[in-house]
Design a protein around this ligand. Structure first.
Ligand SMILES: Nc1ncnc2c1ncn2[C@@H]1O[C@H](COP(=O)(O)OP(=O)(O)OP(=O)(O)O)[C@@H](O)[C@H]1O
Ligand SMILES: [Mg+2]
Length: 502
């Protein structure tokens, strides 16, 4: 006999001003399956999940849970019917403890009278599962992006429901944390739960899922057993054609030394760091989570104070005491956290792109709206941002398209040195290739590009040289044929670092 699906969508439609985000989408989710959903940035994945879990109301169509039609007025109602979701954007209260964030919204009869000790105990058990370095009393604001992501995930896992829905849960997770999450998801599947899993990472999808559904421009292209499709088949479903996934050609010769960092010191995660960046090269920076790669770049660009070391540009020493100093020298740093970076969600694309070049765009104290619109238009077309116009609010773009704007606005600034921390996080295959091409193009314009990435294939495919960080020191600098997964991982895990550390 046919099993009744745990969750069904029938002919869902959802329209936003200027976009038909869901166009007659149907889907069914069975008990005991991990169901992947893929699609380009802006294809409608998050919208679908939000409609299914009560954050958005569909314009048309039906949602059926365990054979019965439902109409959710809120996410709380959806949860009561057995659907829990981890959203793409972090939504924790920054000033509140981990345990309060995790337990917020749980039924008061169970947790209302609970004292802090009991709360801590309950949450600790789950924290242990992810082997985290912080306790239940830690304040969310003090956690890294990946730690916050884990808190979000645990929050969803705390509720006992039938369907767990994840919108790009690993975009900020380390490989190890992702592996822990996958183990938990497989356990849940074994217990007869259903998992809906959105990701842009093909390797995860093929490792983890049983079936895959693909959305394109708001339409459901189809659902297939994962065993019956290849990555190329999925790409074809996503974009309607085959796609060139080959990395741009590496630079054949490097220019003169552009940036020289020597003996940089800043706390325990940046100890005596020295390296050079040459004109026209893409320098990849790889390190495991916690290795210090972000701390090094923060010290270098004046965000965090340094206690020693020199930074020179074209041979002349620089005084970088704040990020403004760095920007003034043409050294731009795109940090890893979209929200902290101040991508102003309530701003239009035009104003956000303009916000980094206000000086240039104001004349006699007047903001040059048309010029700003033109530059925003360039960013939109160069990076194929899915937006209705340059006046669309950033907050109403899909997650990946927000990321494109964030990267794109710096690309138009004619930097001398561009440092990008995880620039392609959450970006779909096609757009990723476009960003790689753009970075290569910049490098041929004699700009020095530093790319920090936790995706090894990206580091290997893109970099002319690779700086590997371990324990706050430069564990190795690799070039040519030495740029391969095995060697990079050896250095990143500290295999060759003993003789270097004091
Ligand atoms: N609140 C909103 N107002 C206007 N348009 C919106 C809103 N939310 C989403 N959209 C639009 O709907 C479309 C689908 O967006 P959605 O966030 O579902 O994409 P996605 O598939 O999740 O993409 P990504 O991979 O980038 O996260 C996009 O064109 C987006 O700009
Ligand atoms: Mg999304």
């Amino acid at each position: 006999m046919e099993q009744t699906p745990l969750l069904e969508a029938h002919n869902l439609k959802k329209r936003f001003p200027g976009t038909l985000a869901l166009d007659d989408v149907s889907l069914s989710i069975m008990a005991g399956e991990i169901h992947a959903i893929m699609g380009e940035n802006g294809a409608g994945k998050s919208t679908l999940l939000n409609v299914l879990t009560g954050s958005l109301t569909p314009d048309e169509g039906r949602i059926v849970v365990r054979g019965e039609e439902v109409r959710f007025k809120s996410p709380i109602e959806a949860r009561a019917q057995g659907l829990a979701i981890v959203h793409q954007e972090l939504s924790l209260f920054p000033h509140v403890s981990v345990m309060e964030n995790i337990l917020v919204g749980m039924t008061p009869s169970r947790f209302g009278l609970m004292d802090r000790k009991k709360m801590a105990l309950l949450v600790s058990a789950h924290l242990r599962r992810f082997d985290v370095q912080f306790g239940p009393e830690a304040i969310v604001r003090d956690l890294s992006v990946s730690q916050q992501q884990i808190v979000e995930i645990i929050k969803a896992l705390m509720t006992d429901v039938d369907v767990y829905i994840f919108d790009e849960p690993t975009s900020a997770l380390s490989v190890d944390d992702a592996a822990r999450l996958f183990a938990v998801l497989r356990e849940l599947r074994g217990a007869g739960k259903a998992i809906v899993y959105v990701s842009h990472k093909f390797d995860e999808i093929f490792q983890l899922s049983d079936r895959i559904s693909v959305l394109r421009d708001g339409q459901m292209i189809g659902t297939r057993p994962i065993a019956e499709v290849s990555a190329d088949d999925v790409i074809k479903m996503m974009v309607g054609r085959s796609l060139n996934r080959i990395y741009p050609q590496k630079s054949l010769e490097r220019g003169p030394e552009l940036l020289e960092v020597s003996g940089l010191e800043a706390g325990s995660k940046c100890r005596g760091v020295s390296f050079s960046l040459y004109e026209g090269e893409i320098l990849g920076v790889f390190g495991l989570v916690g290795s210090g790669r972000t701390e090094i770049m923060r010290a270098l660009t004046g965000i965090d104070p340094k206690s020693g070391g020199r930074v020179s540009l074209h041979g002349s020493p620089l005084r970088i005491r704040s990020i403004q100093d760095a920007i003034q020298q043409g050294i731009y740093y795109l940090t890893e956290d979209r929200k902290q970076q101040g991508l102003y969600l309530k701003m239009s694309i035009r104003d956000d792109v303009a916000s980094v070049r206000l000086e240039q765009l104001s004349r006699h104290g007047m903001f040059q709206r048309e010029a700003a619109g033109r530059i925003a238009g360039e960013v939109i077309s160069e990076l194929s941002v899915k937006a209705s116009s340059s006046t669309q609010l950033i907050g109403s773009l899909s997650g990946g398209n927000q990321q494109k704007i964030m990267v794109g606005k710096w690309l138009t600034m004619h930097p001398r040195v561009l440092i990008l921390d995880e620039p392609t996080r959450g970006i779909d295959v096609g757009a990723k290739a476009e960003i790689h091409q753009l970075l290569r193009k910049l490098s041929t314009e004699r700009i020095g590009v530093i790319v920090i990435s936790s995706e090894l294939p990206e580091i290997v495919g893109l970099s002319d040289r690779v700086l590997v960080i371990h324990g706050g020191v430069v564990a190795g600098v690799l070039s040519g044929d030495d740029i391969n997964d095995e060697l990079i991982m050896e250095y990143a895990s500290g295999l060759h670092t003993e003789q270097l550390t004091r």
